[in-house]
Design a protein around this ligand. Structure first.
Ligand SMILES: Cc1cc2nc3c(=O)[nH]c(=O)nc-3n(C[C@H](O)[C@H](O)[C@H](O)COP(=O)(O)OP(=O)(O)OC[C@H]3O[C@@H](n4cnc5c(N)ncnc54)[C@H](O)[C@@H]3O)c2cc1C
Length: 305
């Protein structure tokens, strides 16, 4: 049977594009598929200051440079929303809403999406006050006031990180207590720069000059609405891996994140995963590109066998 490609990379964020670069340079017949513009999440980041080699780079510029590198090498890029991957043993069938492709191996690099609050103007304010990444964006709010939404470990750890940089942090949490570890809670309550609004939800985003100016908060216990002025809103109510389409594939997942070994192999031969879509500790561009290269080289080695 003649297959369309040796390897199909699903997702053209930093992980997928790195995998494609390594595969093409190893003379593998590879194609990239994405349901959006190439670049992934980094297209949504105004400035990246922690990617080695660039002290300050616009996310869209980094995405463009990575994509151009794939195009100079001649990696075919196709638009397509992948809806399923079928494992036929020796080969895989990747199906998008419009087309179907066959290949020997698949690299899954579809990342994850931050959970949103679901408020009006939320999408419009991404990069203009709203963020899901304190490590990445805290310095944009140096000496300014910010609001953090969430009550888990992530929200509290990120609040502590932010408090070293911004003027004040107000945590808005919908329950009467945090879900986070006790030690984290103690650190929050003893930090003079952090205030907490329990039993509260953000109901509205206030805008001035196309930027976030503050939020309206409703206290469910007191049934009272108040305004918090803030230049930044950090939402830590969780992320969801983009893995809906791999459900039919028999690979191990943990909370829908794909479980891989150190070489980015899933437990299904010929299926690899890398970047934010896998279960790991640090979700960053540096880790994603590293995993993309490892996934590619695992695929190259397995193809040789
Ligand atoms: C607001 C924000 C700021 C950040 N700032 C930084 C920072 O400063 N520094 C840093 O290192 N990291 C930062 N990050 C994290 C960084 O963006 C991610 O770690 C990185 O983008 C992960 O790369 P990836 O290739 O694994 O996934 P992604 O970048 O998420 O790319 C996944 C790609 O897969 C595509 N896709 C998804 N589902 C399908 C499907 N079914 N079919 C086809 N295509 C699909 C998507 O369209 C997307 O293009 C930030 C993240 C956010 C949200």
């Amino acid at each position: 049977m003649i297959l369309n490609f040796d390897v199909i990379v699903i997702g053209s964020g930093p992980a997928g594009m790195t995998a494609a670069i390594y595969l093409k340079r190893a003379n593998v017949n590879v194609m990239m598929l994405d349901k959006n513009a190439p670049g992934g999440q980094i297209n949504r980041i105004a400035f990246i200051e922690n990617y080695p080699g660039f002290s300050n780079v616009a996310g869209s510029d980094l995405a463009y440079n990575m994509f151009m590198q794939t195009q100079e090498l001649g990696v075919p890029y196709k638009y397509g929303n992948v809806v399923s991957i079928k494992d036929e043993g020796d080969y895989k069938v990747v199906k998008t809403e419009q087309e179907e492709f066959t290949c020997k191996s698949v690299i899954i690099a579809t990342g994850r999406k931050p959970k949103e609050l679901g408020l009006e103007n939320e999408k419009k304010l991404i990069g203009r006050g709203i963020s899901w990444c304190a490590i990445c964006d805290a310095t944009l709010f140096k000496d300014k006031d910010v609001v953090v939404v969430g009550g888990g470990n992530c929200a509290l750890i990120e609040s502590l990180y932010l408090s070293d940089i911004v003027n004040s942090v107000t945590i808005v949490h919908r329950s009467s207590e945090f879900r986070a570890e006790k030690i984290m809670q103690d650190r929050i309550f003893s930090n003079p720069k952090i205030k907490v609004h329990f039993n509260s939800v953000v109901t509205k985003l206030n805008i001035a000059d196309n930027k976030l100016e503050g939020v309206q908060v409703f206290n469910k216990e007191e049934e009272k609405e108040s305004t918090i002025n803030a230049a930044g809103l950090f939402i830590f109510i969780g992320f969801e891996p983009s893995t809906e389409y791999v459900r039919d594939l028999n690979i191990a997942t943990d909370n829908n994140y794909i479980v891989v070994d150190n070489n980015m192999r899933t437990d299904t031969p010929g299926v690899y995963a890398c970047g934010d879509v896998i279960k790991k500790e640090l979700y960053q561009i540096t880790t994603s590109v590293a995993e993309g290269s490892i996934a590619a080289m695992s695929a190259v080695n397995d193809l040789k066998e």
